[in-house]
Design a protein around this ligand. Structure first.
Ligand SMILES: Cc1cc2nc3c(=O)[nH]c(=O)nc-3n(C[C@H](O)[C@H](O)[C@H](O)COP(=O)(O)O)c2cc1C
Length: 224
């Protein structure tokens, strides 16, 4: 046990020395981010850290700048337990320092869209606002697809930002979406995309279990 603890301290020290912290390179954050399943339940993040993470997350790109993600930050211990019950009893839900139910407002495109372009030149606004309406109105599937695209991108922003701040993370969709929606009072025009758990990992992820070759996933120009 003593040896294990010492090992952890050394690992943390070495990792930090190698660049974990504010100045971690993006490629290093990408390589070292893993889906970590076990977290120190006694660790808490400061409000500043949470604010920093979320402030970075909202710089993620969205189509037409509609910023359709909504970050439900679950701090209520009882609610976390209830969510864990409908999430295959996964420990990340209760033990991570920061637990986010990543949702999207599928109607953000029609809710005062001028907000998204308020600082742009008038000609740009005049072009964008009708274009947004035309792109989404009456197209339920497009609205939902956009929600998932935006949430996927911001989830990765959150996880890489967390890594650069010295935290681990886990993206999650192993849960009952309808029950989670009920538990968080999800509005009818919103959708749950996934969870992102962030905190101090206590167990390393297992080695990458099966990475496909780049050749297998890269298509030149068109599928055969
Ligand atoms: C959308 C999504 C949902 C996932 N759901 C879960 C989950 O519910 N529980 C879990 O432990 N891991 C979950 N994972 C983590 C994946 O299993 C993991 O990312 C994958 O095995 C690759 O490992 P790595 O992220 O460590 O490279 C999820 C990942 C993604 C992207």
């Amino acid at each position: 046990m003593q040896g294990y603890k010492l090992n952890r301290i050394l690992i943390c020290y070495v990792t930090k020395k190698e660049g974990e912290g504010e100045d971690m390179r993006t490629d290093e954050a990408i390589r070292t981010r893993r889906a970590v399943k076990h977290y120190d339940p006694n660790h808490s993040m400061t409000l500043e850290e949470v604010n920093e993470l979320l402030s970075l997350a909202i710089l993620s790109p969205t189509a037409f700048n509609i910023q359709n993600w909504r970050f439900v930050v679950v701090t209520d211990t009882e609610l976390r337990k209830q969510i864990r019950e409908v999430a295959w009893d996964q420990a990340q839900v209760t033990d991570a320092s920061l637990f986010i139910v990543l949702c999207a407002d599928m109607k953000s495109w029609e809710k005062q869209p001028n907000r998204y372009w308020v600082n742009a030149p008038k000609e740009v606004q005049e072009f964008m606002l009708p274009a947004i309406d035309n792109y989404y109105r009456g197209k339920e599937e497009v609205q939902r697809d956009e929600a998932m695209r935006s949430c996927g991108i911001t989830a990765q922003t959150l996880m890489l930002a967390a890594k650069s701040m010295g935290y681990d993370s886990c993206p999650m969709d192993g849960f009952d979406f309808e029950k989670v929606a009920e538990l968080i009072n999800l509005p009818a025009d919103h959708v749950v995309a996934m969870f992102v758990a962030i905190g101090k990992g206590t167990k390393e992820a297992w080695p990458r279990p099966g990475q496909l070759d780049l050749d297998e996933v890269t298509i030149k120009n068109r599928f055969a």
